[in-house]
Each structure stands twice: as structure tokens, then as C-alpha cells.
Design a protein around this ligand. Structure first.
Ligand code: ADP
Ligand code: TMP
Ligand code: ASP
Length: 237
């Protein structure tokens, strides 16, 4: 497959056109960003680990009937995906309180959220990805109400599949962020599912195994991502 011009260079991935107008190449770089791009570092092997991890998870989701953009791995750091018209809204599900919800609402980290809670954020780094609601999405035309309903439905369906999957590796899926786009009018899961965009804790020790290690300067960031993969039976070599 030929790789043409760069369509977009994000904080951690680059997106390229291909010879097929329906397909793009996602290049997972080693760049690691936090706090809406305020902290950025290069971490060896992260692009490769996240690319393979994402392919593995997307295939599990597809097998469970969830529509995803993932087509195939192309190289260590690249995947082929369906070209989506991205919806500029981030969907977050939280099973356990951590991160921004603790600061915003003054709740203690580690509290179980029953039922799991759901939040929308506007994808806008310059404004710090502000939290928004369904009325904002409709009033500003970021997505149609039927597409919003579908994004919520798919995001919760992903929770059922992945909570169970991570438990097989003795890990708690604390929270995660998903991005969606439209392909031929249908809502499809896009972007990535990796430890960069979710929180994962060891069941017994509650040790953090995700990007909080980078945000909080805990070290062994990529090593932890690889450990998460190994616990699910994924090999990166
Ligand atoms: P960011 O834009 O937040 O800095 P990344 O560095 O991960 O994020 O860049 C990847 C970009 O590619 C994101 O903006 C994401 O919305 C976009 N994207 C992901 N999947 C697709 C897709 N299938 N089609 C079009 N764009 C996509
Ligand atoms: P938060 O606690 O910072 O709101 O994040 C909740 C989850 O969503 C956490 O797993 C990180 C992920 N997330 C991103 O990956 N990117 C984002 O821009 C946002 C808002 C959240
Ligand atoms: N993904 C966002 C960033 O790269 C937010 C975060 O992970 O803290 O800055």
C-alpha cells in the first residue's frame, strides 16, 4: 500500500492518505503527551507497543460486534484504518473515580462508580478539552442526536467487553476515552484504545499501569504498557 501526503499530525499519531480514498494509515509515534500537550516526551518503543496493542483490542471489539475503523497492521508502528469524518467529541466512561472527576467534584480516587458514569468532552486542546453535554453537541452541530445516542451505546458496549477482558489479566478498567467518526453515515469507533487513553490498575495492589505513570512521573511507562499486553497474552516481538 502506498503512503501519500500527511493528512494530519496529532500529538502522538500521524495520519496519511493512501491510494485507496476510503483508507488511511495511522502512524503511532513515540511522542507521549499529557495535559493537552503541555508535557511531551519521546519514549522508546511506545509507538510500536501502542500500535500492536490497539490492533489487538480493536480486533477483540470487532469480534464482539462493535464497528471499528481498524483494518490491519501495516508495520510495527503503522495500521491501516477506514477514513472517518471525525466527530470532535470525546466519550469517557468511568468505572472508578480517578483523574479529572476527582478534582472537579472533590471525590476520593478509587471510589467505585455504580452505575459507571459517562462524560463528553470537546476535542479542543487550546481550551483544555472542556466538558460538554448533549445539548451543547446538538446546539453547536458537533453531532446529530442519533449519532450521540449511538456513541453512548457503543461506548458502554465497549465497557462490557473490555472490563471482562482486562479482568482476565487481573486488571481493573478504571476509565477510558473513545473517539468516533462517520463512515457512509454510520457511527464507527476510531482513533485508538491503548494505555495512553485509559486507566488500568492491578486488581490486588491497585498499581497504575497506564499513562498516569507518565503524567505523575512514576517511571516505567512503556514497560507497564508492555506488561498490560503480556497479561492479555499479547507479544510485542
Ligand atoms: P490528537 O489529535 O489529540 O493530538 P493523535 O496524535 O492521536 O491525537 O492524532 C490522531 C488524529 O487522527 C486524531 O485527531 C484523531 O481524531 C484522528 N483520527 C483517528 N482515527 C481516524 C480515522 N479513522 N479517520 C480520520 N481521522 C482519524
Ligand atoms: P480525565 O480523568 O483526565 O478526564 O480522563 C479520563 C480518561 O480519558 C483517562 O483514561 C484519560 C482519557 N482521556 C484522554 O486520553 N484524552 C483526553 O483528552 C481526555 C479528556 C481523557
Ligand atoms: N491526551 C491528552 C494529551 O495528550 C490528555 C492527557 O492524556 O492528559 O495531552
Amino acid at each position: 500500500m502506498n503512503k501519500y501526503d500527511e493528512l494530519y499530525r496529532g500529538k502522538a499519531k500521524s495520519v496519511y492518505f493512501t491510494d485507496d480514498p476510503d483508507l488511511l494509515i495511522l502512524h503511532f509515534r513515540n511522542d507521549t503527551s499529557a495535559f493537552d500537550g503541555k508535557k511531551i516526551e519521546q519514549l522508546d518503543r511506545k509507538g510500536m507497543v501502542n500500535n500492536k496493542f490497539n490492533g489487538f483490542i480493536m480486533e477483540k471489539l470487532a469480534a464482539a460486534g462493535i464497528p471499528t475503523h481498524f483494518e490491519s497492521l501495516l508495520s510495527d508502528e503503522e495500521s491501516v484504518v477506514l477514513k472517518l469524518e471525525m466527530i470532535p467529541v470525546e466519550c469517557v466512561v468511568r468505572n472508578i473515580a480517578a483523574g479529572s472527576i476527582c478534582k472537579r467534584l472533590g471525590v476520593e480516587e478509587g471510589i467505585d462508580l455504580t452505575p459507571p458514569t459517562f462524560e463528553f468532552f470537546l476535542k479542543d486542546d487550546a481550551r483544555g478539552d472542556p466538558m460538554i453535554n448533549e445539548y451543547h453537541i446538538e446546539s453547536f452541530g458537533w453531532a446529530k442526536p442519533e449519532h450521540v445516542a449511538k456513541m453512548k451505546e457503543i461506548t458502554f458496549a465497549v465497557n462490557d467487553v473490555l472490563k471482562a477482558l482486562f479482568l482476565t489479566g487481573n486488571m481493573l478498567l478504571v476509565d477510558y476515552k473513545l473517539e468516533f467518526g462517520l463512515h457512509k453515515g454510520q457511527v464507527v469507533l476510531g482513533d485508538e484504545f491503548t494505555p495512553d487513553g485509559c486507566r488500568l490498575w492491578d486488581v490486588d495492589t491497585r498499581e497504575k499501569l497506564d499513562k498516569d505513570r507518565f503524567r505523575q512521573g512514576l517511571g516505567d511507562v512503556v514497560e507497564s504498557y508492555e506488561l498490560v499486553g503480556h497479561r492479555l497474552g499479547l507479544n510485542f516481538d
